[in-house]
Design a binder for this molecule. Sequence first.
Ligand code: PBG
Length: 337
Amino acid sequence: MTLSLPELSSPIFQRPRRLRQSAGLRRLVRETHLQLDDLIYPLFVMEGENQRVEVPSMPGIYRYSLDLLLEELSTVQELGLSAIALFPLIPDSQKNNQGRESYNPNGLIPRAIRAIKQTFPDLIVITDVALDPYSDQGHDGIVDENGKILNDETVAVLVKQALVQAEAGADLVAPSDMMDGRIGAIRKALDAAEHIQTGILAYSAKYASAYYGPFRDALDSAPKFGDKKTYQMDIANSREAIKEVALDRVEGADIIMVKPALAYLDIIARIKPYTYTPIAAYNVSGEYAMIKAAAQRGWVEEKTIVLETLTSIKRAGADLILTYFAKQVAQLGIKNS
Ligand code: PBG
């Protein structure tokens, strides 16, 4: 940026510190505000009863059986959070290459959606559309005999999965798989089934990132071979994010997402001028784990670093943030404006 602002050539000595001298003045000129309304709390659900198991690499984050998830949601809602994203831990016995359990109308996620909507009708429920928690290969798509991920065959399954979730009452379905053409296929199928009000939160610029490690521990969903680089984006690319966002928008995404957030703030800022659609950013499991690990050792001050981190994601241009810190932020007493 060039310094061509007329005020910079003023003969008056400039004192930017004047506006930083008190908390009141700083608040008055603050450009970015974090509010609970912008936060989505990701939660892990598992089969069983009375189960609450901490994810070892994510202190403070648990997998809940449905009964305890409902209890947790009551706390979450009382704290002022209004949106959650659900991810399932699926038993190995229900996993296969075709991810068939993903579209079982009585599967864990549809049951969870129905129970949640019955108990908390106003809570916004966002569900993940992808095969990895259901795949014995740990991939987001169907794998062929040569280890290739089949695009169109996978999209057909994702469509069935999204329909089952919409039928159960999800507010937004969130395809996180990065197959080509899935947003359009899901939108068409939802409309044809008269789920015209079910929205799509598209993981549009999702990178093949090492920051997902703790999440894969939580769901026992790490790839059994290879990596996800043939479908998730190359970490070195930025213009490609604009292309992915444009495609998802044309295909009917209501909200688009950049993921992970912190190492990709430049991507959030870069795509902002290209879309009028709300932009979500996923402050992913690895980002959570790093802060927690350092804070537990007393190496960083947790509360301040959490707020700084989330504010930076908003400052970059994100409208919404998926974050495992959501409940903690709510407990700090941060309010909606
Ligand atoms: C699966 C999915 C992943 C995450 C959300 N959905 C993992 C992956 O793509 O391997 C990561 C979330 C996180 O790390 O917090 N499609």
